[in-house]
Design a protein around this ligand. Structure first.
Ligand SMILES: [Zn+2]
Length: 160
């Protein structure tokens, strides 16, 4: 693998594993194509994590209202497992010392990545919402969460 791209990180894959399979099918191809490298920041959020995000203003929703809080119950064992309908990602690049960094203020980098992710969703026929344009009208003035993507309710509920 090129030294210019970070290795596919186990951490990212573990977070992706806690997401709904349709979210996986959108994010994974963009992740491995690495036209722009990115990190997976959050998949599933448990009750403590979600309420912390609410209190520090990173989320507008309390547990269990966020798409990050979705779970499913396994038929055979009755076990409840994460099945997040939302994911937070961040574009990353190697600085002059070769350290992979995230520029949280770079709306252009986040938007560049979002374009690829939304195009992948469109090609796959998957209903996806971007936090940089919640109503998907092309006007980004309603956007405030540029690394956030979530399945539509309908898409999350569509039979597995
Ligand atoms: Zn999010």
């Amino acid at each position: 693998m090129s030294k210019y791209f970070p290795k596919i990180l186990l951490n990212d894959m573990l977070k992706l594993r806690e997401c709904h399979h349709r979210l996986w099918s959108v994010i994974y191809p963009v992740y491995v194509n690495r036209l722009i490298p990115f990190k997976i920041i959050t998949g599933f959020r448990n009750e403590i994590e979600q309420n912390l995000c609410f209190h520090n203003g990173r989320s507008k929703k309390k547990w269990p209202e966020s798409m990050h809080n979705k779970t499913i119950k396994l038929n055979d064992t009755g076990e409840i497992i994460p099945c997040s309908g939302a994911i937070d990602v961040a574009p990353t690049y190697a600085n002059k010392n070769g350290v992979w960094v995230i520029d949280w203020e770079s709306i252009p980098a986040f938007s560049y990545l979002a374009g690829m992710i939304m195009w992948q969703a469109k090609k796959a026929g998957i209903g996806l919402i971007w936090g940089g344009d919640w109503n998907n009208d092309g006007n980004l003035s309603d956007g405030w969460d540029f690394g956030h993507f979530e399945l539509t309710e309908k898409e999350w509920n569509r039979s597995l």
